[in-house]
Ligand binder design. Structure first.
Ligand code: SAH
Length: 208
């Protein structure tokens, strides 16, 4: 039986991505293409195109589609970038990024999650990704500096290493706040300064 995922994804795009104000054509094209149902557990596939976060294994969550699109758009990508992502999780955000930039470097602390994400992304034919198991707070020194950094787990403060590994002119997006509520923050590194903007309230699992 067909689950009509293509139609559901088209509806998601219309109502929850474009309908909620996403305008970046790269991001819209990536959301139109990437099969989110491949990144969620079998028993949750029928919910894959609802605009909601879903539980994934190891008590983590796959972010809601609008937030994935919104955070990606906030990085103001042109297609040439090398991007660092912290918190691979399901790999869905990784896939969206990989479609919008040149190369993604993604770090996940839970080995089993990273392995699953890698398998799904490889099966989809997405190969412009480097994978690492480890503590994302340290960044990825040997591949730095990055044009953009995306952190998909929350903390009280932005880790210093991630700010240091941001290129001049680069953008970083991360949920900053306590366990219960966070503010999405965008940092732009300009002339040695880190300029901060607030992009709205969110709720993410914690950066460990
Ligand atoms: N972008 C993912 C979100 C996953 S939830 C998705 O949409 O599927 C956040 C992820 O960050 C979890 O998988 C968690 O294991 C991971 N994480 C938490 N702390 C981390 C750290 N210090 N380094 C790397 N990954 C971390």
């Amino acid at each position: 039986m067909s689950h009509d995922y293509d139609r559901k994804r088209a509806d998601m795009l219309k109502h929850d991505i474009v309908g909620r104000g996403i305008r970046d054509q790269r991001v819209i094209a990536a959301c139109a293409e990437i099969p989110r149902h491949d990144f969620v557990d079998a028993d949750a596939r029928h919910l894959a195109y609802e605009d909601a976060p879903l539980r994934i294994r190891h008590n983590q969550t796959i972010s809601q589609p609008f937030i994935v699109a919104y955070m990606t758009e906030a990085l103001a990508l042109t297609g040439q970038e090398r991007v660092l992502e912290i918190g691979t999780g399901s790999g869905y955000q990784t896939a969206i990024l990989a479609r919008c930039v040149n190369t993604v470097y993604t770090i996940e602390r839970i080995d089993a999650l990273l392995e699953d994400a890698k398998r799904i992304l490889t099966t989809l034919g997405i190969h412009n990704i480097h994978y690492r198991v480890g503590d994302g707070k340290m960044g990825w020194e040997s591949a730095a500096p990055f044009d953009a950094v995306m952190v998909t787990a929350s903390a009280d403060d932005i880790p210093d290493a991630l700010l240091e590994q941001l290129k001049e002119g680069g953008r970083l997006v991360m949920p900053v706040g306590d366990d219960f509520a966070q503010e999405l923050v965008r940092i732009t590194r300009t002339e040695g300064e880190y300029v901060q903007e607030h992009l709205g309230g969110v709720r993410f699992v914690r950066l460990i």
